[in-house]
Ligand binder design. Structure first.
Ligand code: SF4
Length: 452
């Protein structure tokens, strides 16, 4: 009997790309391939690349090259690159890395298993920048997934692409215009995830607050969240990637009142000085952004707000940077990510005058994160002595403890809580008294497991 062909996947980049990886593996399983965790144990390795910023692009290329070495050593029969970098630079990748057997841009990847099979069966053809990878994504493309996240949570991608024209960003060039998935399809996906034991839905898109706009020019994110709230088994609904243009009162009402809403919002603002917001073509003024941030505090008491900021954007003067410093120390975001501007070719900002030295951009980012350390430290210490529901994600063999998250922690980007080994089953909630806090980590003493 023929042994199953073994495929391994390395997923790089953002949560949206991770969903693509899960869908690709869903097709692989459906087509009878065996999914293995380690590249060393595979016949073919698929690298799902990221093409967003320079560092991510370099990481993708380094990963492909390290897998290609496995092939040269004879352990591997094939290497395939998919994802955003492949979408953006398919031809170049194929030319510059001859070890690649196939390079596929973004699609539903339903055609990849067949190509894997052909490679293993000795086909010498190279599939470079062709559409063999699958059909253009449709509303139901994300249905069959092999989850790569701990079963405690799963990402729910509610739309694909983006209509904004931020001058530093290449994502619309790779993922196209905003396309919302129908509510009934997303409810079905959520029901499937709940049936698999998922407790938390982490709702993602390029801009979640634009959900529905492409259908009938109406923002329907709050309607979708209400529907997701009706799905049995789901305990937490967390909203990421809101855009600081329109946060409707219906959305803050959901965050404030719905029993499954996590009092948390990720809303990347990127900058706060008006000249920078204008140069970035964010389509919002500093007053508008501040208005939304203040409304979140007023309309959703106790909310944890996460944002991301870019330092060193072309033309960013001392005054612009001072505005960022004041915002970080003044607004006191519970969670913050700061990124030095990445000089991205084929984006409008690439050609802008007054480019800032990379060292300056990095120094400014480090300075903001140092200010944030004090803000976060005080917020974290505020938990000591309090009892919080903690969602247990899994066991950390290095820390020899269970790792979980509070309402203020989105997976993979924020902080976590350490709990004693055996305190609870991964994928369950436990009420924990917080006994210690440092800048990025809490320690908890489990009081009791939270009933479903
Ligand atoms: S909102 Fe702006 S930064 Fe975000 S994906 Fe769209 S264009 Fe890029």
């Amino acid at each position: 009997m023929n042994e199953a062909i073994r495929v391994s996947l390395i997923s790089l980049g953002c949560a949206r790309n991770l969903v693509d990886s899960e869908v690709l593996l869903g097709h692989a399983v459906e087509e009878g391939l065996q999914v293995v965790e380690n590249a060393e144990d595979a016949d073919v390795v698929v690298v799902n690349t990221c093409g967003f910023i320079e560092t991510a692009k370099q990481e993708s290329i380094d990963t492909i090259l390290s897998v290609a070495r496995l092939k040269q050593e004879g352990n591997l029969k094939g290497v395939i690159a998919v994802g955003c970098l492949a979408q953006r630079y398919g031809e170049e990748l194929g030319k510059s890395i001859p070890e690649l057997d196939a390079v596929f841009g973004l699609s539903d990847y339903s055609g990849v298993p067949n190509v894997v099979r052909k490679i293993v069966n000795g086909s010498t053809k190279r599939w470079v920048a062709t559409v063999d990878g699958g059909k253009p994504k449709g509303p139901r493309s994300d249905k069959k997934r092999v989850l790569l996240t701990p079963k405690s949570f799963a990402y729910l991608r509610i739309s694909e692409g983006c209509d904004h024209k931020c001058t530093f960003c290449a994502i619309p060039q790779m993922r196209g215009r905003n396309r919302s998935k129908p509510i009934d399809v997303l409810v079905e996906e959520a029901q499937q995830l709940a049936a698999a034991g998922v407790q938390e839905l982490v709702v993602v898109a390029e801009d979640t607050t634009a959900y529905g706009l492409d259908v009938d020019r109406k923002r329907r994110i709050h309607e979708l969240l209400e529907k997701l709230g009706d799905v049995d088994g789901i305990r937490w609904i967390r909203l990421m990637y809101a855009y600081p243009h329109t946060v409707a009162p219906e959305l803050t009402t959901f965050l404030r009142e719905h029993p499954k809403a996590v009092k948390y919002l990720d809303i990347p603002i990127q900058h706060i000085s008006s000249p920078m917001l204008k140069a970035m073509k964010r389509g919002v003024s500093d007053t508008q952004v501040r208005g939304i941030l203040d409304r979140l505090r007023d309309e959703v008491p106790g909310i944890a707000v996460r944002t991301t900021l870019i330092t060193g954007f072309p033309g960013e003067g001392e005054q612009d940077f001072a505005a960022l410093r004041d915002l970080v120390t003044g607004y006191r975001f519970e969670r913050l990510g700061v990124f030095p501007y990445s000089h991205e070719e084929s984006t409008p900002a690439f050609e802008m005058p007054e480019q800032i030295d990379q060292e300056v951009a990095e120094a400014r980012a480090a300075e903001l994160m140092e200010l944030q350390r004090e803000v976060m430290g005080r917020f974290q210490r505020g938990f000591v002595g309090k009892t919080l529901p903690v969602l247990v994600d899994g066991y950390d063999p290095e820390a020899k403890r269970l790792v979980g998250r509070t309402y203020a922690d989105a997976p993979e980007v924020d902080c976590h809580v350490l709990l004693p080994k055996g305190a609870a089953e991964p994928g369950t909630f436990v009420d924990a008294e917080i006994t210690a806090a440092d800048d990025y980590e809490l320690t908890g003493r489990p009081l009791r497991a939270k009933q479903a």
